[in-house]
Design a protein. Structure first.
Length: 307
């Protein structure tokens, strides 16, 4: 699967992923009011609004980006209608030829992790039918429970040609409370990185592994160290834009081949119309504002990382 993502990155010349993390405050008033009128003040109205919002952003950006990353919690909070919107978003992104990274951050004991892996990147057999439940291409995985939690995902990666991104050094301010603590003289994030390499060796797909890592853009010095520790690991880089990361922070995340990393921006793109830099588009032009923000992000990374 990582080879498919790399192919799309090369075709689009854009190592970026748009995080489809809708919130009600991001939805233009005219769009949400349309669905309140249709469905009442209900979970169903929010689910429909989320999908229409996502669909328009995908329509406006799919030709310049390789992937999208819906964060499942944003959908789960609205119950079954929210989950339906998540699944419809995954399917529509696939129709547009995009790689879908499901930001699910799962990780549990073996049998439970196996069920999460099957549900999101695997398949189930019902009678004589083989059915894919959520059908993301890649998902994020929490390694806190160790190999018991990660190996079931690696097994599905190998069986179904899928991928995972394992949390190594996350972009949030309190990540250091655990991830930076020393064990045998090394920070925990380095120990996790070593395990990512080990897990990845069991799932190589060309020059890179289907087992990737999440390393936040807000910690570029740590990113530099982790890039060296994981030379054949693709890195998903959150924290660009609204969380403070910029193109100048990202060069060390890439390998000399110009590959090795894909950078995420969520609200910086999907809510761009609320940013004064793109306010001229107005709420009715939110999708066009998202495209303009994505184009600026691609340019920023190109000028700072590959010039």
């Amino acid at each position: 699967m990582i080879s498919k993502l790399i192919e799309q990155i090369k075709i689009k010349n854009a190592p970026v992923v748009v995080g489809l993390d809708p919130q009600l405050k991001f939805i233009p008033d005219e769009l949400i009011q349309k669905w309140y009128k249709e469905c009442g003040y209900s979970l169903e109205a929010v689910g429909e609004a989320f999908f229409e919002f996502n669909k328009k952003i995908i329509d406006s950006t799919y030709d310049i980006i390789p992937a999208v990353k819906p964060q499942i919690a944003m959908y789960e909070q609205y119950g079954i209608p929210g989950i339906i919107a998540f699944k419809k978003t995954v399917d529509y992104a696939h129709e547009k030829g995009l790689v879908v990274i499901g930001d699910i951050k799962r990780g549990d004991i073996g049998s439970t992790s196996e069920s999460y892996a099957i549900g999101h990147i695997g398949s189930v057999e019902i009678g004589e039918e083989k059915i894919v439940p959520f059908d993301e291409d890649i998902v994020t995985v929490n390694p806190y429970l160790g190999s018991d939690g990660v190996n079931p995902f690696v097994d599905i990666c190998n069986k179904e040609d899928k991928g995972i991104f394992v949390l190594v050094k996350t972009s949030n301010p309190s990540s250091g409370e655990f991830q930076d603590k020393l064990s045998d003289g090394k920070p925990i994030y380095e120990i996790v990185a070593e395990k990512v390499v080990e897990w990845g060796n069991a799932s190589m797909d060309g020059d890179y592994s289907n087992v990737g890592a999440v390393v936040g853009a807000t910690y570029p010095e740590m990113g530099k160290i982790l890039r060296k520790l994981m030379p054949k690991t693709y890195i998903l880089v959150p924290g660009y834009g609204a969380q403070g990361g910029s193109g100048k922070d990202l060069k060390e995340y890439f390998n000399e081949d110009g590959l090795g990393a894909i950078v995420n921006s969520s609200r910086g793109i999907i809510a761009a119309y609320k940013n004064e830099n793109y306010s001229s588009f107005g709420s009715s032009g939110f999708a066009d504002a998202s495209r303009a923000a994505a184009e600026d992000m691609i340019k920023d990374i190109a000028e700072n990382c590959f010039a």
